[in-house]
Design a protein around this ligand. Structure first.
Ligand code: ADE
Length: 231
């Protein structure tokens, strides 16, 4: 049976998953822990990468190349850029970009390097499954652009740059790097985030207050999606 990877960036993002899955077997590899498990008959491998694009690339690659996962779901929290997103709201990425990738001095657009692309799209079938789960639970689910960078954004000026440059709806620190890995390796992937802050001056405090609750909202939604994914 093919395996479904579920990854987060921080322990808090996968803890709610580990509470609900069964037959957990922990495997240590490359300074990280990978949890092989089952949920309602589906085979899963769950891991948190540590924060940022480098660690998340390593974990995504490992889940695919070493553990043989053929679908990857990311669950976690994000800062809102779109003013209609509030703390606890859910967003799925239709596409992702790297807002801090900058070789514009050579005439390239923000987020672009030669032989790459500014935006990487997520799997449309996984997005459809998310919409079915949202409808069933009467939850609002926004679909939009997620911008990723190796910075925790807590400034209206940086938010404005990301909005005007990429028309992004939310920001976080891992999605686009995971997307780039999965796209290159032809693995269908999906990114879900629950809002923990609005990336303004108060973002640090809001994140500390709301991150755990929002991580639980995202993780519970992802597990319901798993039930609906054909393996
Ligand atoms: N993840 C959650 N909130 C964030 C923010 N404000 N900036 C970057 N990543 C985040």
């Amino acid at each position: 049976m093919s395996k479904i990877a579920i990854m987060g960036a921080m322990p808090e993002e996968i803890a709610p998953l580990l509470k609900k899955v069964e037959n957990i077997k922990k495997v240590e590899y490359a300074n990280n822990a990978y949890y092989q498990a089952t949920y309602k008959g589906k085979e899963l491998v769950i891991a948190y990468s540590k924060i940022g694009k480098v660690f998340s690339s390593l974990t995504a690659s490992t889940l695919i190349e070493k553990f043989g996962c053929s679908t990857l779901l990311f669950s976690g929290v994000a800062g809102a850029i779109n003013p209609s997103l509030h703390i606890g709201d859910l967003i799925i990425a239709d596409k992702l970009c790297q807002h801090d990738l900058d070789i514009t001095i050579f005439g390239h657009p923000h987020g672009f390097v030669p032989e790459g692309a500014v935006f990487v799209e997520t799997d449309i079938r996984l997005r459809e499954i998310a919409k079915v789960v949202a409808e069933k639970n009467e939850l609002t689910l926004i679909e939009g652009t997620i911008a990723t960078g190796d910075q925790f954004v807590a400034s209206n000026e940086r938010k404005e740059f990301i909005l005007s440059t990429f028309k992004a709806d939310a920001i976080e620190m891992e999605g686009a790097s995971v997307a780039t890995v999965c796209d290159a390796l032809n693995v269908p992937f999906f990114v879900l985030r629950a809002i923990s802050d609005t990336a303004n001056d108060d973002a640090g405090m809001d994140f500390d207050e709301f991150m755990v609750g929002s991580a639980i909202i995202s993780a519970n939604f992802i597990l319901e999606m798993v039930e609906n994914i054909d393996q």
